[in-house]
Design a protein around this ligand. Structure first.
Ligand code: NAP
Length: 259
């Protein structure tokens, strides 16, 4: 299926690794010129070089913290007319809400709610005037089924979800869509780090922790980042203009509800 994206421009945040990188790669494969952002320049340049080699697409890199105002300005300067915006940043720390200060909450809101909103605000009027825009927020399965130790994530990401639900209905008539992709467990550095932490806490080997988590999922496995990237590319496609304001779970069927 030709996704009709040849020649489009995308800003993909937090994309040197994991889910963001997979979105960048899938869009580049469709002929999209991609601006990739991450803090660490070494991994970013390596990922960009690999995607250029694999796809031949034009890839621009911005080594910056996307949650800072300077980082957002640098990313938007490198991609001033984004047709596609994929928002993403690291998830907040786990813990007990009694231990979280106001600063912890502000940091979580900055990363997982206010940064995507600032990038949407800066990009959306250009999308409206060009009559094409696709905004995909990488959120979390925790938006649908909260994870008890991830209260900062549950709260901040739900704020973004509520805001986008309203905005999506105001811009879809201009062929600008806003949707959220909700990852369950995907095999990325972040998932492996969580398994390492759980292994230290429980005394189980990391392999045992991972095997238990795989077995607990109806699919019997973790998602691969490439599956996530492909879903993102389709949501950004020319064909996806009638789908907006949706929260799409990619979790191997882990969420047990009918709806
Ligand atoms: P990952 O493999 O750890 O990759 C994170 C990427 O984001 C890296 O490229 C990292 O590069 C970049 N990044 C992080 N903070 C950044 C910042 N402030 N500014 C710019 N770049 C930043 O993580 P992932 O698994 O892909 O997760 C992506 C998002 O999905 C996270 O919010 C995570 O909480 C959420 N999620 C993931 C899963 C899962 O199973 N993987 C499940 C649910 C939700 P630098 O560190 O160099 O900046």
């Amino acid at each position: 299926m030709d996704l009709g994206l040849q020649g489009r421009n995308a800003l993909v945040c937090a994309s040197s690794k994991g889910l963001g990188r997979a979105c960048a790669q899938a869009l580049a494969r469709e002929g999209v010129a991609v601006t990739m952002v991450a803090r660490g320049s070494e991994a970013l340049e390596q990922a960009a070089a690999e995607i250029r080699r694999a796809t031949g697409a034009r890839i621009t890199t911005v080594a910056a913290d996307i949650t800072s105002q300077e980082g957002q300005a640098a990313a938007l300067a490198a991609c001033p007319a984004a047709d596609i915006l994929v928002t993403n940043a690291g998830g907040p720390k786990p813990g007990d809400f009694r231990d979280w200060s106001r600063d912890d909450w502000i940091a979580a809101l900055d990363a997982n709610m206010l940064t995507p909103i600032a990038l949407i605000r800066a990009s959306i009027d250009g999308m409206i005037s060009r009559r094409f825009g696709r905004i995909v927020n990488i959120t979390s399965a925790a938006v649908k089924a909260p994870i008890d130790i991830l209260g900062l994530s549950n709260g901040a990401r739900s704020g973004l979800t509520g805001f986008c639900a309203g905005l999506a209905r105001k811009v879809v008539a201009h062929n600008v869509t806003i949707n959220n992709l909700l990852p369950g467990p995907f095999e990325t550095d972040r998932l492996l780090e969580t398994a390492r932490q759980w292994s230290r806490q429980t005394g189980k080997s990391q392999e045992t922790v991972l095997a238990e988590r795989r077995a607990a999922n109806p699919a019997g496995r973790f998602g691969s980042p490439a599956e996530f990237g492909d879903a993102c590319a389709w949501l950004c496609s020319a064909q996806a203009g009638y789908m907006t304001g949706q929260n799409l779970l990619l979790d191997g069927g882990n969420y047990p509800g009918t709806f």
